[in-house]
Write a protein that binds this ligand. Structure first.
Ligand code: DGJ
Length: 723
């Protein structure tokens, strides 16, 4: 049994070959955090709690002045009874007080992982689950801390269920997903931060006294911060060292924070952002929090990423897509924007077919009067001036060319200038009497409403039931404002942010399980909602609206901390690049896009013949090695230097490839022998260009010499087959 309860020592030991996690029960009441790290054969308790009578500390038992919540390492906690560090929950009762006293009551260990009610989570597998029930006798409230341990991964998931067994409603003002106190502070904190077109910048700073926090109150997880943090040793690199990583499976407002407290511990806490949240928990009702993935690595950040990549690919994305190859697509956005006619689309599709593209995706602009972004969201009827036989007619013609057909939607949005808005102004998020703030000339549908959810389910199922749509790009291009709902009473308005996310998940669950063969691509102006919550329903994301190869090398590098390349949509787009004006070689654009999930987003009818040929060659190469690029193990070999040079490796049992991006050419080129590090040492690899046979050990340790390159933004491919 990988989860053991030692009744004598009163502790739980969650253990697999790669990690151990120990929880204690103190004084039969308090759940304490005792250990998280390398796997231990058994836990004897050598790291006993340090009990000291400290100044200002309050004592639940006045006769025991050494015992205080002031410094006890906890597994969950709240303000009000002596723990003044950050809380994992805060509950207001009808008397207005914020006080609860949850004590250990019982626990249960089972050999499965159940899905979370209404929320995405890692799927069942070889998992053992521990549920620890804590109880507040005064208000008859129960809090169940749920831990699931995967046998084959250094991963534990955590979440909380709050249950009201009392007769009175209570208000959850904060319902965090996890909290733990690590007994040290000598960590660097890593987060991924950014902006629209500049996502997933890696930030790394030493922890310091006080609270370090990232969060979103934008209604989505946001491009500004990924719902992730990692604590690493200062000496940890991509290749070596200890990592404690935490990633929240949620697509709405979140908080991820660490508090370095007075006596040398670091409190980690993640969950729904409390400021924009409240939940009325009525008698007999249950509230389920989102789940956090805890990932432990002793092999540096690449070790962490290997685990995230494998577990997200095997246990998060929809089962149909876990092993299924993804088609090479052509997307119309940067080629046409809103301006197209079917004739042009078909001409592009002909060339797409010739170059080897497999999926033709019609982006924004196909419905209502959508000739710019000022109107028509919500009017999901095709514009017959652009598409004379509508979507069905276009899809048939595309299918006749033996291409798959994909379509763009932005279901959550509504334009003021739309028939839907005229018919249902009440369907918009709003606060009575206040103006509705527009973003990109659009408003947000109130997804907390069941009627709005059902309308979207019907509208999308209508399209999908025709059997003519093989792929949907699900976009979401603004953040939430005036987050109120006309369908809920005043007392529940602070629930709307979370209800919006639950509504979205209900729609996605219904549609994706009804049409599992349809490939869904998640998008929010690129990576605005690239989070594990969305990946549970949609196996790939349009990574960024920035398709410049240099910027993409950084953005994809950052996201690869968490997601494998197959989850990152990456397109070869025109030059000069539409976002930054940069001109990069087609070979570089191709290799950087192949380092994600390859697609094209340019007007093929407008390219010189030699570029069309080059694209056809790129696609043929990619298809010949698709399982390497889509399902091979991916390792970062070199973080970008001052000249933006970077490198990574793909490996399978059969072959391996290094993609080296040189960034800016520079004069005094230093010696550069790039080590592959992760090839099989005893295996022989044959270079597919030179025919040279080299041992994995030599490539790993002696490395490959990077030649001098007198050109900006050049990229090199080293490619071997294992012999
Ligand atoms: C934002 C997306 O990220 C783009 O790729 C494109 O689909 C536009 N929206 C369309 O409005």
């Amino acid at each position: 049994m990988p989860i053991l309860f030692d009744s004598e020592k009163q502790c739980f030991h969650l253990k697999n070959d790669q990690l151990s996690y120990v929880i204690g029960i103190e004084k039969d009441k308090y759940l304490t955090h005792r250990y998280f790290g390398k796997s231990l054969p058994f836990y004897a308790g050598s790291n006993s709690l340090q009990e000291i009578d400290r100044g200002f500390a309050t004592n639940p038992d006045p006769t025991d002045r050494k015992f205080s919540l002031n410094s006890l390492p906890m597994e969950t906690s709240s303000q009000g009874t002596g723990d003044h560090r950050i809380s994992n929950y805060q509950i207001r009762s009808t008397n207005g007080a914020n006080l609860t006293n949850f004590f250990y009551r019982e626990h249960q260990i089972t050999s499965e992982k159940k899905p979370l009610n209404g929320l995405p989570s890692l799927r069942n597998g070889q998992v053992t689950t521990l549920e620890i029930s804590l109880y507040d006798e005064i208000q008859s409230l129960e809090m169940i801390l749920v831990y699931s341990l995967y046998e084959e991964y250094p991963v534990i998931t955590r979440s909380v269920r709050y249950l009201n067994h009392g007769t009175q409603s209570v208000y959850l003002e904060n319902a965090g997903s996890m909290l733990m106190d690590l007994p040290r502070t000598d960590f660097d904190l890593i987060t991924l931060n950014g902006a629209h077109t500049n996502e997933a910048n890696i930030a790394r700073q030493p922890l310091h006294s006080g609270i370090q926090k990232i969060e979103s109150s934008r209604g989505t997880s946001s491009p500004q911060h990924q719902p992730f943090l990692a604590l690493v040793e200062p000496s940890t690199t991509e290749f070596h060292g200890e990592v404690f990583a935490f990633h929240l499976i949620y697509s709405g407002n979140f908080t991820a924070q660490v508090e370095v407290e007075q006596y040398g511990s670091s409190r980690v806490q993640l969950g729904i952002q409390p400021e924009t949240f409240e939940w009325c928990l009525k008698s007999t009702e249950i509230f389920q929090t989102p789940e956090v993935v805890l990932n432990y690595s002793t092999d540096g950040l690449n070790g962490m990423s290997q685990t995230f990549h494998r577990i997200y690919q095997n246990k998060l994305v929809p089962p149909t897509w876990q092993k299924k190859q993804r088609p090479v697509l052509l997307n119309t956005w940067e080629a046409n924007y809103f301006d197209f006619h079917e004739k042009e689309l078909l001409a592009q599709a002909d060339l797409a077919k010739e170059t080897g593209i497999e999926l033709f995706v019609l982006d924004d602009g196909w419905f209502g009067q959508r000739n710019d972004d000022a109107s028509s969201l919500g009017d999901w009827q095709e514009n017959t001036e652009k598409l004379p036989q509508g979507i069905a007619g276009l899809a048939d013609k595309i299918h006749q060319k033996e291409l798959q057909f994909g379509l763009w939607f932005e279901p959550e949005m509504i334009s003021k200038n739309s028939r839907l808005f005229e018919a249902h102004p009440d369907w918009v998020l709003q606060v009575p009497a206040y103006p509705m703030t527009e973003g990109r000339r659009q408003l947000v549908l109130d997804l907390s409403r069941r009627d709005v959810q059902d309308y979207l389910i019907d509208m999308l199922s209508g399209y999908l039931a025709t059997g003519k749509i093989d792929y949907i790009k699900w976009d979401m291009n603004r953040h939430l404002t005036e987050v109120g709902s006309l369908a809920f009473p005043a007392s529940q308005q602070k629930e709307i942010h979370h209800r919006y996310v639950l509504g979205l998940y209900r729609i996605l669950e219904t549609i994706t399980s009804q049409f599992p063969a349809c490939l869904f691509e998640n998008c929010s102006s690129g990576g605005g909602r690239f989070d594990p919550g969305m990946m549970y329903y949609m196996p790939q994301t349009w990574t960024s609206d920035n398709s410049d190869a240099l910027c993409r090398s950084q953005i994809q590098y950052g996201y690869s901390y968490l997601y494998p390349p197959v989850m990152m949509g990456a397109h070869v787009s025109p030059v000069p690049n539409h976002q930054v004006g940069r001109i990069t070689p087609l070979q570089t654009r191709g290799l950087i896009a192949m380092s994600g999930n390859l697609g094209y987003e340019l007007d093929l009818t407008n390219l010189p013949a030699d570029e069309q040929t080059n694209i056809a060659e790129q696609i043929a190469f990619y298809k010949a090695h698709r399982s390497l690029f889509q399902f091979g193990r991916f390792y970062r070999l070199q973080p970008a230097n001052d000249f933006f040079a970077t490198a990574w490796l793909f490996v399978t049992e059969e072959e391996a490839a290094v993609i080296y991006f040189n960034g800016l050419a520079r004069p005094a080129v230093p010696i550069h022998q790039l080590k592959t590090r992760y090839l099989e040492e005893q295996a022989i690899y044959q270079d597919l260009t030179t025919g040279q046979k080299i041992s994995g050990a030599e490539l790993n340790h002696a490395g490959i010499t990077i030649p001098r390159i007198k050109e900006d933004f050049a990229t090199l491919l080293f490619h071997w087959k294992k012999v």
